[in-house]
Design a protein around this ligand. Structure first.
Ligand SMILES: [Zn+2]
Length: 305
């Protein structure tokens, strides 16, 4: 795909999509996680091939999409643009209103220069990327569509096999309808290529939409299934963030981050305590090979990614 470099990242970091602009400078979509920020800077530097990085745009402000913002701004001196919904929370760096305190995730503070609103157009490299509102996974998320070549940047609204956790639902706000509407919006674009927030680029968008709708129907039929899936995904995300952790510390982290108590209460307080529920979920993740556990020097259990 001429003029586009997709930096496909492993889990924890979102993909970074570099839209080359030649002499006018390039534009980067999403910044990865703070833990990988030095690697992100190095990958972008290499992919630029001497071109300047003019601007960085976040699809949404989850820690795996904007954790590298500050490092990229420092290194490249680029401007930073974000969806308008979280603008006030970012200006005040209010970790309660951003997702970082609720989820117990890390993100380096950053200062955006402006917003990209739904309906705005990003012009770079001869393409015009239309910003579209894509609520569901995150109420303020944007996706971007290039009409000329039929390319859609889908963030966490659609992956090749699935979509991101529907965060508002975890807090009790109905958002499955928004997920469905966003999938319909993506279908209506008739794109030939999708560049997702995680995983490789894909072309069989109808098949991915079918899988996503099946998954959505299963979550609608059994919201507790979505909540348990979310808890497991967020626990493994945390272990990837810290690398490894003693099991008691991991369970203390789980109990201290407010979102997990909310979710646990909503699904009927399984295990009798959030710590017991968390231990059972860790065991499931280890049995599935997502996480590993081993005895530490002191004899206690260590959980690693
Ligand atoms: Zn996300």
């Amino acid at each position: 795909m001429p003029g586009i470099t997709l930096l496909e990242r492993g889990w924890l970091s979102s993909n970074n999509i570099l839209l080359h602009g030649g002499g006018e400078g390039a534009l980067l979509i999403d910044a990865g996680h703070v833990v990988h920020a030095p690697q992100t800077v190095a990958l972008v530097q290499h992919a630029l091939q001497g071109e300047a990085l003019r601007a960085l745009v976040n699809t949404h402000l989850h820690s795996d999409h904007c954790g590298g913002n500050a490092s990229l701004q420092r290194h490249f001196g680029c401007t930073l643009h974000m969806p308008p919904g979280d603008w006030a929370a970012v200006q005040a760096w209010d970790e309660d209103r951003l997702s970082y305190r609720a989820t117990g995730q890390r993100c380096e503070p950053f200062k955006p220069d402006g917003c990209v609103h739904p309906g705005d157009t990003l012009r770079v490299g001869g393409r015009a990327w239309q910003a579209l509102a894509a609520p569901g996974h995150d109420p303020h998320s944007l996706i971007f569509f290039d009409d000329r070549d039929g390319i859609v940047i889908t963030a966490d609204a659609l992956w090749e096999r699935g979509f991101g956790i529907v965060f508002p639902e975890l807090d009790g706000a109905a958002a499955f309808d928004e997920v469905a509407d966003t999938l319909d919006l993506i279908e209506s674009l008739g794109a030939r290529w999708a560049l997702p927030g995680h995983g490789a680029a894909f072309q069989d968008i109808p098949q991915s939409l079918g899988l996503a709708r099946q998954r959505l129907a299963a979550f609608r039929a059994d919201p507790a299934r979505h909540a348990r899936h979310a808890l497991k995904a967020l626990i493994s995300f945390h272990v990837m963030e810290v690398g490894q952790e003693a099991l008691p510390d991991l369970l203390r982290w789980l109990v201290a981050a407010p979102l997990y108590t909310t979710v646990w209460q909503r699904i009927g307080r399984p295990g009798g305590s959030l710590a017991a529920c968390g231990e059972a979920l860790v065991a499931e993740l280890c049995a599935a090979g997502v996480l590993q556990r081993h005895k530490g020097e002191e004899g206690g259990e260590i959980v690693s990614a």
